[in-house]
Design a binder for this molecule. Structure first.
Ligand SMILES: [Zn+2]
Length: 445
């Protein structure tokens, strides 16, 4: 009898075997219905068509899960289907997107409330959308959807459609890639519920999430420039279920966007049969730029990867393009995607004989004020206002020079190079150049 009591006491004292401890309930999981392999972050209903042929194949043949996040509901632009405009058009475009996505297996689409803003300056979209709130929403949706891969528009100023809302979507997606696993980014989203089954919980109960890869795509006219800078997928592969090539799946998905369907069948065929070409952004799981998008990706979560972040310029006097170009020059290295700068030289488009705004910045990162003389070298027949001028730039300050350049109508259809040189106290400052496509029908630049 005594021996039995001693044995029972001994068992009770062994850690992990004690009968006085009970197993805690399982940790409440994130809602698995919204977990995706790919999150597309785009500006407008119909932008998703850029990658439909690739994504439709992944969904059908590899059962990948895909969601789309639109930063606007497409409340601007012409309506080829009816008289509706503005907010009414946005309601219709949201429904067109849902029907289009459902045609190839995407049921989760999220819409932010940025305004569809025609133009080419990304800072304009970010201002109108409320950059902070829009980013908060994108970070929230990355934490909800927990994507392995983000596909988005290239954050760069480029001739082509180059819509500022496209660039804005790419900027927000890149920022959210680097923030969603950072617990200091919108920490209220991460507060665990005190009791998830009752009221009076604060915060949102999300978990941090680090996506593994980000890739970009572009509607630039330089489709060839991007070849070899990321994986590329043929659109001629056959869909076993539909008995048609994925290019046709994409064309049929496009057919749901009737408000924007002002293409001929021939144009649509050409567009949908082009390969889906990506530009590598970054990978936290190895591989190289042209590796398959899912190479190196497993279902295991990965830890937060700290981005480089902002680094101040080295001391000195610098002349650079301002506006969106200056933003991107700082943005790319901060997010570890500085290779985007090497894809092509800075460029813009100007209607023949019309004006183009060219912002320049004279940056004085020295301890004393500087006098800087600026001089433009323009193609024949072009002019600028103001012309050569001397600027006083305070210590550790930047002078934002606003130039208006008028192109020559005679050069319609050509590319021209504009160069600005500067000097201070006899010292030459490295020049800057801008290539300009003299072409009509561009967005406001
Ligand atoms: Zn668009």
């Amino acid at each position: 009898m005594k021996l039995q009591v001693c044995l029972v006491l001994a068992v009770l004292m062994i850690p992990g075997v004690s009968h006085s401890q009970t197993q805690a309930p399982p940790n409440p999981e994130p809602d698995a219905r919204y977990k995706v392999d790919i999150l597309e972050v785009v500006g407008h209903p119909d932008d998703d068509i850029e990658v439909t042929a690739y994504v439709a194949k992944l969904i059908e043949q590899q059962h990948k899960r895909v969601a789309v996040l639109y930063t606007t509901r497409g409340n601007s632009g012409g309506n080829a289907a009816g008289s509706e405009q503005a907010n009414a058009l946005a309601d219709i475009r949201e429904m067109e997107a849902r029907h289009s996505l459902a045609s190839y297996g995407i049921t989760n689409a999220w819409f932010l409330h940025g305004s569809d803003t025609p133009g080419a300056d990304v800072l304009h979209s970010l201002e109108l959308w409320g950059h902070g709130q829009a980013l908060e929403e994108v970070v929230r949706l990355v934490r909800i959807t927990r994507p392995e891969v983000i596909l988005t528009w290239m954050p760069n100023y480029v001739v082509g459609e180059n819509h500022e809302d496209h660039q804005g979507a790419g900027v927000l997606a890149t920022e959210a890639f680097d923030l969603a696993a950072n617990p200091l980014a919108f920490p209220e989203q991460l507060e665990a519920p005190r009791d998830r089954l009752t009221i009076s919980n604060y915060g949102e109960g999300l978990r941090p999430w680090q996506p593994k890869k980000i890739y970009y795509f572009s509607d630039s006219i330089h489709f060839d420039f991007f070849k070899g800078n990321g994986p590329e997928y043929s659109t001629s592969d056959m869909s076993p279920g539909r008995k048609m090539p994925y290019s046709r799946v994409a064309a049929e998905a496009w057919g749901f966007y009737k408000t924007q369907n002002d293409f001929t069948d021939a144009q649509l065929k050409e567009f949908s049969e082009m390969p889906v070409r990506f530009i590598f952004g970054k990978s936290l799981v190895g591989g190289n730029a042209t590796s398959d998008i899912f190479e190196g990706i497993t279902s295991n979560p990965i830890p937060y990867a700290r981005p480089r972040g902002y680094e101040p310029p080295a001391p000195g006097l610098v002349l650079e393009l301002g506006g969106p170009w200056a933003f991107y020059n700082t943005f790319w290295p901060a997010h570890g995607i500085e290779h985007l700068a090497k894809l092509y030289a800075p460029e813009a488009q100007a209607a023949p004989g019309e004006a183009l705004w060219v912002p320049l910045i004279i940056r004085n990162d020295t301890d004393s004020p500087k006098q800087v003389t600026l001089h433009g070298t323009l193609p024949a027949g072009w002019s600028e206002k103001p012309d050569a001028m001397t600027y006083t730039v305070a210590a550790h300050d930047a002078y934002a020079v606003q130039l208006t350049v008028s192109s020559s109508a005679a050069q319609k259809g050509t590319w021209q190079t504009l160069t600005w040189t500067a000097e201070s106290a006899g010292q030459t400052i490295p020049p800057v150049s801008l290539r300009v496509d003299v072409v009509s029908n561009g967005l406001p630049q």
